[in-house]
Design a protein. Structure first.
Length: 138
């Protein structure tokens, strides 16, 4: 049973948050928390909170369904960062000019699922073309 957590309107640029999210994608949930706890990037703190929330959501879902729950089996199945709204600010410059400052925001999403539910998805892909055709049909 997969569980999802989102943090929206986080004041960190999406590019910086994606660097952190790339560190944890596909890892076990507890291992991902350990990586995020010691990551030097500032974006690791909100991502850490989102992963913790996803684990807690999985626990609540399991309790509601009366299923056994073991957070050691959870894996970060999906983790992605979408761009939120940009706050535009102006910085005064010389000779009456003004430069625009973009203060970007992020929407961080993490999906955790038990390890058993994750296996078998990658092996269903069928070969599309012969090796020498590079995707061309003629």
């Amino acid at each position: 049973m997969e569980a999802k957590a989102q943090a929206r309107y986080i004041r960190v640029t999406p590019m910086k948050a994606r660097r952190v999210v790339d560190l944890i994608r596909g890892k076990q949930a507890l291992q991902a928390l350990a990586v995020l706890e010691f990551a030097p990037q500032a974006a690791s703190e909100p991502v850490f909170k989102v992963v913790q929330s996803a684990i807690a959501n999985a626990r609540v879902k399991a309790e509601r369904a009366s299923e056994p729950f073991d957070e050691r089996l959870l894996v970060v199945q999906q983790a992605y960062v979408d761009e939120g709204p940009t706050m535009k600010r102006f910085r005064p410059r010389a000779q009456g000019r003004a430069y625009r400052i973009n203060k970007r925001t992020s929407h961080i999403t993490v999906v955790v699922a038990p390890r058993e539910a994750r296996t078998g998805q990658a092996s269903t892909a069928a070969p599309t073309a012969a090796a020498g055709t590079k995707g061309r049909t003629r």
